[in-house]
Design a protein around this ligand. Structure first.
Ligand SMILES: Cc1ncc(COP(=O)(O)O)c(C=O)c1O
Length: 382
């Protein structure tokens, strides 16, 4: 268990921020790294051609440690949707086959597959919300021979349901289906290893559980797809990019997954901030983050249960992700009502989504429970 890390963040004492799944706060050292990076553009004569590569390579190698793969397998992308679109462009889907997604799956990992299905005559196969909260069993049950691609998360974003990706990966390999993962709501908060799961593609936006800035993310590309087609053709993906005087024209791409990098990937402000945040996660260790945040969520789940709120139990629920439901509807305006008291959560689907991190104190949790108690006893007025 980690001691509270609030000192690394700029969170006022009276703010109970329990909404990391919406957007994590940038920690002070990451903000400093990003600010220093942005300031470098004031003196472009000091930015050497080498520096277009050093920051990117550092991002790749730190990101690779978080997903447990060689740095060569990491591409730098602006968003989860960009990573999913890259996968959709490269994977074969044929008429009559199906693409597997979950009920209420996040749109960035749904629309590209809907489009691909329309283009190819394949169908979308949607895993229904499991009554027993066991998303893994539901997915395993749906992985039949017709599935050509399983496009899944590690954690279902409206329920907090956790998927057993090792077993799902095995099942995909058995039927010859590709596995594409959106790890945006899990990477950094739940241990994950490419070696264990063996996905074909896995993407994570940086601005949630990777504690990084907005508009950058990592894309893992399995070696067998590294000869594929990128979404864009830009100069820095090519084999001759380091030779600024001779950029015209080559058929050859840079090594590994670098061909899938977005244009202007050497972002001097975003990459240092993202790298600093990922280094902090590695120093804490993701398993410890998971344990620490999980303990806080277990306390909250127990306290909320006595007020009539329920959530799936671990291990069916991911430790960092508490989606509280109750028999009565959750008032839509609840986030605004709580925000007036400086308690920050989200409502997603029919759940109150509570997603703390290592900056939260027991006091933050108590303030949330006090608000829920008032809702439970007085209808909707918090
Ligand atoms: C599961 C999941 N994936 C991806 C994203 C972000 O997608 P994108 O990076 O395409 O904006 C979110 C944002 O809430 C999310 O919850």
């Amino acid at each position: 268990m980690l001691p509270c890390q609030r000192h690394l963040f700029d969170i006022p004492d009276d703010v109970a921020y329990l909404n990391c799944a919406y957007m994590s706060p940038l920690m002070k050292p990451a903000l400093e790294a990003g600010t220093a990076g942005l300031a470098r553009k004031a003196h472009p004569w000091q930015i050497t051609s080498d520096q277009f590569f050093t920051g990117s390579e550092e991002f790749r190698s730190v990101a690779a440690r978080l997903v447990d793969c060689p740095a060569d397998c990491i591409a730098i992308v602006p968003s989860a949707s960009y990573g999913v679109a890259t996968a959709a462009r490269n994977l074969s889907v044929k008429k009559g086959q199906s693409i597997l997604v979950l009920a209420e799956q996040f749109p960035s990992n749904y629309y590209p597959w809907q489009r691909r299905a329309e283009e190819t005559g394949a169908s979308l196969k949607i895993v229904p919300w499991p009554k027993n909260d066991d998303w893994s069993a539901a997915v395993l049950n749906a992985l039949t021979d017709d599935v050509s691609v399983a496009a899944l998360p590690h954690v279902q974003w409206t329920s907090g349901g956790r998927l057993d990706l090792v077993r799902i990966g095995e099942a995909c390999r058995k039927i010859g289906a590709a596995l594409v993962l959106d790890l945006t709501q899990s990477l950094g908060a739940v241990p994950f290893s490419v070696r264990d799961v063996q996905p074909d593609f896995a993407v994570a936006a940086s601005y949630k559980w990777l504690l990084g800035p907005y508009s950058v993310g990592l894309l893992y590309v399995a070696p067998k797809w590294q000869g594929g087609m990128p979404l864009e053709e830009n100069w820095i993906q090519r084999a001759n990019a380091r030779d600024f005087a001779n950029l015209l024209y080559t058929e050859n791409y840079d090594a590994g997954a670098r061909r899938f990098d977005m244009g202007e990937r050497s972002n001097f402000a975003l990459l240092p901030a993202a790298v600093r945040a990922m280094k902090q996660l590695l120093e804490w260790e993701v398993a410890q983050v998971s344990e620490t945040v999980g303990a806080l969520n277990r306390q909250l789940a127990n306290a909320a249960a006595s007020l009539g709120f329920f959530a799936p139990a671990e291990p069916l629920r991911a430790p960092h992700y508490l989606a509280l439901r109750r028999r009565e509807a959750i008032p839509k305006e609840l986030p605004e009502m709580l925000a007036r008291e400086k308690v920050f959560i989200s409502v997603r689907g029919s759940s109150i989504r509570v997603t703390p991190h290592v900056y939260n104190t027991a006091g933050d949790g108590e303030r949330l429970i006090a608000c829920l108690r008032r809702i439970a006893t007085a209808g909707t007025s918090a």
